[in-house]
Design a protein around this ligand. Structure first.
Ligand code: 5GP
Length: 127
């Protein structure tokens, strides 16, 4: 069957269309949440919009509702998972310095242990 994928599509579009498996924990008309394949905490979910928005830099005025919605989903999941009181971290990486590897915005939801701060390590400088 012919596929009509946009050049902006990533692996996350295929997860949204259920073409590849993911451990989905939440879905509605705007968003999907699933377990990160390489978890960095006891709970590590990715909350993504169904609309393709490649990076934070691409968020338009019209996208404010959907981006805010990702945080609302985080709050619902925190309550469901029983981590709201202890706390958790949500983070959205942007471009190379932010550590972004998949260019479809996603809110990382990390919970289940205390998080360190600051969240970076200095990169070794070459002479
Ligand atoms: P980024 O580095 O862009 O902030 O985060 C991308 C995240 O997506 C990483 O934490 C990575 O483990 C996760 N990831 C990449 N490919 C897949 C996949 O096919 N399935 C799932 N569940 N997670 C993925």
């Amino acid at each position: 069957m012919t596929q009509h994928n946009s050049p902006e599509e990533t692996i996350f579009s295929r997860i949204i269309r259920k073409e590849i498996p993911a451990d989905i924990v939440y879905e509605d008309e705007l968003a999907l949440a699933f377990k990160d394949i390489n978890p960095q905490a006891p709970v590590h979910l990715l909350i993504i919009p169904k609309k393709i928005i490649p990076t934070t830099n691409h968020i338009s005025k019209d996208d404010r509702e959907v981006v805010g919605h990702l945080h609302w989903v985080a709050a619902q999941l925190a309550e469901q998972l029983g981590v709201a009181h202890d706390g958790f971290r949500t983070v959205m990486n942007c471009n190379e310095y932010g550590g972004q590897t998949v260019y479809h915005i996603h809110l990382h939801f990390l919970a289940g242990k205390p998080m360190g701060w600051p969240p970076y390590q200095e990169r070794l400088k070459t002479a």
